[in-house]
Design a protein. Structure first.
Length: 279
């Protein structure tokens, strides 16, 4: 998403008009002219809105929120270079003006300048921590630059802010999938012979229903890192599911040697012992 929908933009216009007019006074005449611009923007009359905001600026109303609303006019016309110039003018006049950072990031995304967008949107999130649009845009920017930890962090914020929203839950699931892939790549780059790679592959094979291949990966993981907890437990679980009780008993005992206090291993041992035929 490189830019906002019209309803989101107009809600920002209303918010900014009220905040701006309280925080930075204009003369009565310029206040009236600015309000005309806001009403025109709400009505989609972009020529009238642009004329009003430019009029305010040229008549002494050089305020952050005026530049910001002019930037929105440009953004509605997909003139993102001009929009960005206005949002940055607003940010220079008022560095704490978070909405300017937010929409600057949106225009930067539309211009394909994702790295710069991340920087702007991180500032927006700090200034507007409760604004979902800021977290959503930052998540999108981080995804574009493959900053997976950032993507996951912002996706968690969105999911927590609206637990019943399936879209945010879906985005969080996608982010976790990207995190798993990113982690696997990072481990491979650091140590191609890491037992964790075999463990991850073993888990993947299990999810695909290929237990024999999973066993081979877990066995290789155990050879590479004999003291790594969880490996023998995974093997024991696979064997128990296939009713190979002796193999399961051997692996679960190896797991308890590595992790004597493992509740999962102790529970599995009890089940295996109960199921093994008496000899």
């Amino acid at each position: 998403m490189g830019s906002f929908s019209r309803p989101v933009l107009l809600s920002l216009v209303l918010l900014l008009a009220s905040i701006g007019l309280r925080a930075q006074s204009l003369t009565p005449a310029l206040t009236a002219r600015f309000s005309e611009g806001v009403q025109a923007l709400k009505a989609g009359q972009l020529d009238l809105a642009e004329a009003a905001f430019r009029d305010v600026l040229t008549r002494g109303g050089d305020r952050a929120f005026v530049h910001h609303n002019l930037g929105i006019v440009h953004q509605q016309r997909n003139r993102h270079v001009e929009a960005l110039a206005e949002f940055r003018a607003a940010a220079r006049l008022d560095p704490a003006f978070g909405p300017a950072r937010l929409l600057a990031g949106s225009s930067l995304l539309a211009l394909g300048r994702a790295e710069e967008a991340v920087a702007e949107l991180e500032r927006a999130v700090r200034l507007l921590p409760g604004e979902k649009a800021a977290h959503l845009q930052l998540a999108d920017a981080c995804e574009r630059v493959s900053n997976v930890p950032c993507l996951v962090r912002e996706s968690r914020v969105l999911a927590a802010s609206a637990p019943s929203d399936p879209e945010y839950t879906y985005r969080l699931g996608k982010a976790y999938l990207r995190l798993a892939q990113w982690s696997y790549s990072r481990i491979h780059a650091i140590d191609p012979r890491s037992a964790r790679l075999n463990e991850a592959l073993g888990r993947e094979y299990l999810e695909q229903g290929q237990a024999d291949l999973a066993i081979l990966e877990y066995q290789q993981a155990a050879e590479r890192a004999p003291a790594l907890p969880g490996i023998h437990l995974a093997l024991a679980t696979i064997h128990a599911a296939a009713r190979r009780w002796d193999d399961a008993a051997r692996e679960v005992q190896l797991e308890l040697t590595v992790a004597p206090g493992s509740a999962a291993a102790l529970e599995l041992k009890a089940r295996v012992d109960a199921a093994r035929p008496v000899r």
